[in-house]
Design a protein around this ligand. Sequence first.
Ligand code: T4K
Length: 374
Amino acid sequence: MENKPVFVTQPSLPPLEEFIPYLETIWGSKVLSNGGVMTQRLEEALCDYLGVKYISLFNNGTTALITALQSLSLKGEVITTPYSFVATANALLWNNLKPVFVDVDSFTCNINPEEIEKAITPDTCAILPVHCYGNPCDIDAIREVASKFDLKVIYDAAHAFGVEDSGGSVLRHGDLSILSFHATKVFNTFEGGAVVCHDKSTKESLDSLKNFGFEDEENLSVAGLNGKMSEVNAAFGLLQLDYIDELLMSRGEKDKYYRDKLNSIRGVRLLKPTGQTVCNYSYFPIVLKESYPLSRDELYEELKKNNINARRYFSPLISEFERYSVKKSKKEHQLENAKMISSNVICLPFYPDLDLSTMDRVVRIISKFKCKAI
Ligand code: T4K
């Protein structure tokens, strides 16, 4: 089985027979969507597990983010990171907001608060940072700049399920945080997402916005999306929660295994967890240094030749997609760190069921090239 295809991630599925009773309940109730019992139970269970006050479930992380931004009635410019999945900035465009990309820290890959402050204009209304790969942003510094300039903060916490800092869940920070429960995530509901908020009236407003904007049968506040999670997705989430601690533990063990093997390879930089007391090990990115004998794309192709499908998360930068490129912008030079990481990063296959022999296979390929003398 030396050459069986390997993907960057793969969901771990609970035993199929354990899902049947959930389906029987749904079949019995004939309530398939629109806030049925499974969705209500999952919201409660997630508040409890994550240690947050209010959660509104969505059908994916993108609609969660679009609706979170819509709920704040923002207008103007939003400062964000170019080093993320394109959904982050797409959600701004859906709200007629202008993304302003600023550079990231070269070690954490997260938005650099000093760069945020430099990019503020009279049109700035909010900051949209991403806890990239589940590593928390510099939350204190972001809070400081936001309060100094009276800006909203919406965290894209798509990768940060279960991550904690010394005070508890990182999801308690900012005005709102969003999560993704896509199949490729640490906790998944096939497709799914959520907005975490701090008070009941915000939760009610999010619930209304994701239900087309209905306030009641006769009143529509604004044009909302259909962002509701279905009962089957919520039921899968409930089942998956029973296994989440086991899955996180397995991720932790695999993270350590890769680190021990890759640490000594010259030219390979491993990103270190920063600022969290509980990690979720959502991805395993490596950044190739100049001394590594292959370019990132050469290594990517080499892995592919061996049936190992790594991914270049996040390359291109969002700001490099034609739709977003700020041609000849005077801010262009400020994205140096983001560009450097984006051209050299590669996310290795990483998921709870990944076997050690496959990890060894990945390590063998990375380590077989002789390092450049520089
Ligand atoms: N904000 C951030 C920072 C995000 O990273 C994302 C999504 C969002 C917001 C938006 O959240 P969602 O709307 O997606 O809930 C994947 C995911 O589709 C996306 O959720 C994720 N971030 C992004 C980083 O990665 P692709 O285009 O790389 O996915 P795909 O289909 O190539 O899947 C990757 C690998 O996973 C495949 O090679 C095979 C494996 N896989 C995939 C699926 C779907 C499986 O083994 N089983 C599966 O069911 O975007």
